[in-house]
Each structure stands twice: as structure tokens, then as C-alpha cells.
Write a protein that binds this ligand. Structure first.
Ligand SMILES: Cc1cc2nc3c(=O)[nH]c(=O)nc-3n(C[C@H](O)[C@H](O)[C@H](O)COP(=O)(O)OP(=O)(O)OC[C@H]3O[C@@H](n4cnc5c(N)ncnc54)[C@H](O)[C@@H]3O)c2cc1C
Length: 256
């Protein structure tokens, strides 16, 4: 937990996001808290009910674990698409969440698995559903005195789970768009990235699928996506490309 509520105290985990902007941001008066030696944040625990990723769990930790890969295949799939091995061995799942990028590759998989974020401060511990963690572009519910200490993913039987990332190339490319889809006893969860100010659930489409609706065309899927996404044009893609490709991926994969 962060003893100081001072907003200038910045936790640093793998540093793979923070160091990219190191030379561009005015860090005058900013203090950094190195988490990397806090062993209690490091381990992950897989039980019959839950996977708990300590805040220092890296992508590589997941890739290397046959048990986690078997229990949560989308985590391993997303992890393999993050940067290259150097980034996978340093970058953390908690850092991916905390950084708040709408293009974060780890977040859709965790969100589709119904993850919660454990936040701890001197005042105590709270657990926030990941799909309620973001409030705007790079805005989150985390208070400056709270540290993410863990991410919890419930272990449930699933009959559908897949993840697609579309980028300029497979490795070392920020997503133009992507989507993780899971169906478990609680219903469908569809989490998309790079199509809104933050990684978002496509709840209208989920509700339609939960109600047993089928879709006649990608345009039909797009109509059900529109209430929840708001893609933009940027250096990586256009809003039109993003919504067209997302609706096509979903249409063809859901039809399988
Ligand atoms: C070359 C390169 C390629 C990359 N490729 C990808 C990619 O393909 N896909 C992708 O999604 N990302 C990519 N990234 C971004 C980055 O690697 C990931 O977002 C990574 O998960 C960040 O984790 P970190 O531990 O390095 O975070 P850090 O850089 O240490 O921190 C990131 C942010 O999270 C905060 N933070 C970290 N831990 C905590 C905590 N426990 N509690 C509260 N706040 C915390 C920090 O204060 C900071 O604001 C890439 C980065 C680089 C440099």
C-alpha cells in the first residue's frame, strides 16, 4: 500500500510503460516507488476456484506455467502477443491495467474472464471488478494512496473462449483493435480493446447473445456493438476500419 496520498508518488513495477515516456514527461518533484523487491506481490496462486496474480506477476510467469496456461488459455495467448520476450519478462499484468491504455493486450483477456482488481491502502482492501475500473481515457477508480496488490480471476467451466488481436504485425505492434470472448455459466463476456477510450465490455451484444439472438451479417453485429464502442481515427487505424473488422471477426467467429 502507498502510505502517502501524495499523487506525485508513482509505483514502478516492470517500468516498461513508465520508461518509454521517461524523457518526455516533466518529472520534477515526482517520486517513484520501486515495487520490484516486494516479494509478497510476486507470486501467483492457482487454486480450484481462483487464479490470483500478484501485482508483480509478469507475462512470462504466465507463459511459463503449464497449469495457468491450461486453466486460462487466453492469458497465455495475450501474453505471447505483448512486445517481445524482453517485455514479457518484465511487464506485469497489474502495470498493464494501471497504465490504462485502451490498447492494452492483457486487459481484454482478464476482463473476459471476469477479473477483479485488489486495491490496498492504509484504510483497507477493496476489490473492484475490472470492467468497472476505468472511468475515462487513462482515468481509473484507483486513489493515489491505493496500490494494486493482486488481480483475481474466478475459475469457471467455459464452452467458448477466444482472443483476437489485429495489429500491423504479430509481434511488437500495438493493437489496431482486438477482442476477447468468453462464455461461462454466467453468460457471455465480450471485452474489446482499441475501440473506446478504455478497454470495454460490449454489453449490448452480450445481452443479445444471452437472449439467444443470432446475427444475420457483420452489419447486424455492428449495430449491437455501436452502443458500447466509440472508435477513433489515429496513427494506427481509422474508426471505420476498427468497427468493420471488429464486427466481422465477431460475426464469423460467433457463427462457428
Ligand atoms: C517495446 C514495448 C512493447 C510493448 N508492447 C506491448 C504490447 O504488445 N501490448 C501491450 O499491452 N503493452 C505493450 N507494452 C506496454 C507494457 O509493456 C505493458 O503495458 C506492461 O504490462 C506494463 O507493465 P509494467 O510492470 O512494466 O508497468 P510500469 O511501467 O512499471 O507501470 C505502468 C503504470 O502502472 C502503474 N503501476 C504499476 N504497477 C502498479 C501497481 N501494482 N499498483 C498501482 N499502479 C501500478 C505505474 O505507476 C505506471 O503508471 C510495450 C512496451 C514496450 C516498451
Amino acid at each position: 500500500m502507498l502510505a502517502s496520498a501524495d499523487a506525485s508518488l508513482t509505483p514502478i513495477a516492470g517500468g516498461t510503460d513508465l520508461l518509454v515516456s521517461w524523457h518526455h514527461v516533466d518529472r520534477n518533484g515526482q517520486c517513484f516507488l520501486d515495487l520490484s523487491r516486494l516479494d509478497e506481490l510476486r507470486p501467483f496462486r492457482l487454486t480450484d476456484d481462483t487464479l490470483e496474480l500478484g501485482a508483480l506477476t509478469t507475462y512470462w510467469d504466465v507463459i511459463r506455467s503449464a497449469d495457468v496456461t491450461r486453466a486460462f488459455p487466453l492469458l497465455a495467448q495475450a501474453a505471447r502477443l505483448v512486445g517481445a520476450i524482453q517485455i514479457q519478462t518484465r511487464g506485469t499484468w497489474a502495470g498493464n491495467i494501471a497504465n490504462g491504455s485502451p490498447a492494452a493486450d492483457g486487459v481484454p483477456a482478464m476482463m473476459a474472464y471476469d477479473a477483479t482488481v485488489v486495491l490496498r491502502s492504509r484504510d483497507g482492501t477493496t476489490e473492484v471488478p475490472l470492467d468497472r475500473y476505468y472511468t475515462g481515457y487513462k482515468q481509473t477508480v484507483r486513489r493515489p494512496d491505493q496500490l494494486i496488490t493482486a488481480i483475481r480471476l474466478p475459475r469457471r467451466p467455459r464452452d467458448v473462449e477466444w482472443f483476437e488481436k489485429v495489429g500491423a504485425r504479430n509481434a511488437q505492434a500495438i493493437a489496431k483493435l482486438g477482442v476477447a470472448v468468453v462464455r461461462d455459466p454466467l453468460g457471455w463476456r465480450i471485452a474489446a480493446h482499441s475501440v473506446a477510450p478504455y478497454v470495454c465490455r460490449c454489453r449490448t451484444l452480450e445481452q443479445a447473445l444471452n437472449a439467444g439472438r443470432s446475427f444475420a451479417s457483420p452489419a447486424d453485429v455492428l449495430a449491437a456493438l455501436r452502443p458500447d464502442i466509440s472508435p477513433i481515427d489515429d496513427i494506427r487505424s481509422t474508426a471505420t476500419y476498427r468497427e468493420r473488422v471488429l464486427s466481422r471477426i465477431l460475426y464469423y467467429r460467433l457463427a462457428e
